[in-house]
Design a protein around this ligand. Structure first.
Ligand SMILES: [Zn+2]
Length: 246
């Protein structure tokens, strides 16, 4: 399924005169109220317009499972509720910002957010059960979700300086190769809290964060295509089951 998603068509406008997508499937869960700052992802191909209404031009179509976060709204127009969203983009086209219709949960709440700004330099795949996001040394690293800091440590041949955070329902996130750690074990953190600085410590060839999501010790898929531009507030485009509100 994942392989069918082509980021190359991210900014190509669809010829279909629709607000949402063809054959869309409503996401599971409730369409609880969105709000500014909420990490979201698209459950269908979704038009990104220059303004809040069907009369505004379409500047892009965010593909299904594109992560983003809400920066303005809501505005009601043309029978839809509209939100301004900063979407992740691919490395060729960059990020895109515009208005999308909420629809039937076309913009779903994300369970986790990406931990930093940067570019995906290694996808989650066999042999690499993590997402690598690269940027400059010292780039802020944020908690992907609220929780409790479980581990802060140093591993010379592997993760370098790293942080592990425990979340509800047996979930744990890990942030590796940091240049600095700003939290301590046992500390409670909220989604988006500044927890460390990007670096290249341990087994690393350049500054990046090696980011993992586990549940009860089992690695979970971390979405993100090679060369995607990630914004730190953007939602991970995946529903992890059993997760409550952020
Ligand atoms: Zn990695």
């Amino acid at each position: 399924m994942k392989d069918e998603i082509s980021r190359r068509s991210f900014l190509k406008a669809s010829s279909a005169s629709i607000v949402g997508g063809v054959g869309l499937t409503a996401a599971s869960g409730s369409a609880a109220a969105h709000y500014v700052g909420l990490p979201v992802y698209t459950t269908t191909g979704l038009s990104v317009r220059n303004g809040p209404g069907t009369g505004y031009g379409r500047k892009a179509v965010a593909e299904q499972y594109t992560g983003g976060y809400i920066i303005d709204g809501p505005t009601n127009a043309d029978g839809y509720t509209w939100w301004k969203v900063q979407y992740n983009g691919d490395g060729n086209n960059g990020r895109v910002t515009g208005w999308s219709a909420e629809g039937d949960n076309w913009l779903a709440h994300a369970d986790f957010g990406y931990p930093c700004v940067g570019q995906v330099t290694q996808e989650h795949k066999s042999g690499h059960l993590a997402l690598d996001i690269a940027n400059d040394t010292g780039t802020n690293v944020y908690a992907a979700r609220g929780g409790t800091v479980a581990v802060t440590d140093y591993e010379s041949g592997g993760c370098g300086y790293y942080i592990k955070i425990d979340h509800a329902n047996g979930y744990r996130t890990m942030y590796c190769h940091l240049s600095d750690i700003l939290v301590s074990e046992g500390q409670s953190v909220n989604f988006g809290d500044h927890i460390g600085e990007m670096g290249s410590t341990g087994n690393s060839t350049g500054p990046h964060v090696h980011f993992t999501v586990e549940q009860n010790g089992a690695h979970q898929y971390v979405p993100g295509d090679l060369y995607d531009e990630i914004d730190n507030h953007a939602g991970l485009a995946k529903n992890y089951s059993g997760i409550g509100s952020l």
